[in-house]
Design a protein around this ligand. Sequence first.
Ligand code: LR7
Ligand code: MN
Length: 562
Amino acid sequence: MGSVTLRYFCYGCLFTSVTWSILLFLYFHLSQESRLSFKNVPVQGQHRFQPRFTRGPAILRRDGSQGHAMEALKPDLSPELGMIFNKQDQEVRDMGYHKHAFNVLISNRLGYHRDVPDTRNDKCRDRIYPVALPTASIVICFYNEAFSALLRTIHSVLDRTPNYLLHEIILVDDHSELDDLKEDLDSYIQQHLQKKVKLVRNEKREGLIRGRMIGASHATGEVLVFLDSHCEVNEAWLQPLLTPIKENRKNVVCPVIDIISADTLVYSPSPIVRGGFNWGLHFKWDPVPMSELNSPDGAIRSPTMAGGLFAMDRNYFYELGQYDRGMDIWGGENLEISFRIWMCGGQLLIVPCSRVGHIFRKRRPYGSPGGQDTMAHNSLRLAHVWMDDYKEQYFALRPELRNSDYGDISERVAIRKRLQCHSFKWYLDNIYPEMQVSSPHKPQQPVFINKGLKRPKVLQRGQMFCVFVRVLQEWAYDEEHELILAGLLCLDMSEIRSSDPPRLMKCHGSGGSQQWTLGKNNWLYQVSVGQCLAVADPLSIKGYVTMAICDDSRSQQWQLEG
Ligand code: LR7
Ligand code: MN
């Protein structure tokens, strides 16, 4: 990790702001954890789980009994949803976290249908889409998915897609190893889903990249729509994706990916951001430049896509070379297809009127069969095929990969030639001019100073007159714009409760809530909440940090020094 040192300076106080902030973060973090654990909830006699929702249409539960869909009318779900009433609940939750890295207890209790808050801008509701749109085949590839999450994905599509546009849903089971998932799914499909849902099973684990290609090969609709297996589509999600494709078959279109909390399953709106990447070839979210905000149809051109959720003309998918079948399991294919779309004559768009929620997990609950780092393998392939000399930027960060084997890429190179694609320099100049190209190995040892804390202070009591107190915590600011403490905890903003102060969380490496851009005005700008890191009370000795609307105050100015 090409990390630099981040030091926080405070003058005239014995405890630094950061020390306090850490205590505060831990306090908030821990108190949130305990709020989520529900361990101390008294169980009264026959206390049954009773959601606070109005009851929705009748549904069939997994065990065959009748139930009611719960309508989450407010974005806040009842805290009772997470309560643990007996050992079995505890087990469902603990095993769920272990196997799926999200709260399966709540997921199961939500059932297979629920309403989600309509997160679209008001204007979207009045928008009229052409009635004649291409039909869609939805491809959902899954490996060891939690049954209730998969079923909610499928039913959200069936419930919120006009029937005449929904050609089919193709499920690809990527050789899942959970037996009950297999049996339950077979019988559920047979009993309830036969008409529009097809299930394909891979004989061996292929990974999501070849898995999607297998799904696509069974599809017969005009447009392919890929979704992860733990999504919930929102109102009128499909029409805004299909419309730009009808206008131009070379438009590849993504929805805004709303956030479903892994801990609470609360569905909340994502800010409108677009896709970028860093030289470590990790995807990240970037703010949308002003120039992209005034297109008449609201579409935003995006340099890259997150990967899991997009719509593309089926024939164009093939024309453009599908995916690289030499890529394994997970990672990198999203940048590869993004570069390919732009460099070879297509466009990648995000349409804010289409919203799809995705469960954002804090870790990936599976590995690759042989334990390989498939992200590195896949990134190497894409770097060698698409990045020309700019692959050096990647190798500068990952020198150990310079001589690694990446298999045969001749087919992919041939595609690039056949399609007469632009150079990577063209892509950077025209599509992603924000990307900084640095000369490799530039030594950097900066230090952050907050200007608001610079003036020396005299403590009120005691004889401790202002002395410089330096030190304290070594924060790393890495190439992915994470602020890292002690090598493993990242400064993180809650995506659900953006009014909470930042906290310490395990680094997840996917930008968003953990991405702090040091930019204009010396702000440490937090991309997912659109606010700046500030010292809460620069005059207090408990100078902890907080988030604030970016302004000119000195308490928001951070300087790299050193
Ligand atoms: O071996 C596998 N076989 C599979 O079928 C591994 C995974 N899968 C399935 C899996 O069950 C899931 O439905 O593939 C899908 C994606 O896997 P996730 O959910 O573990 O991936 P992710 O959401 O962590 O990662 C993002 O980046 C990936 C890079 O390869 C894919 O492009 C994912 O689709 C993508 N997800 C999104 O874009 C959703 C938004 C996340 C962000 C930012
Ligand atoms: Mn996912």
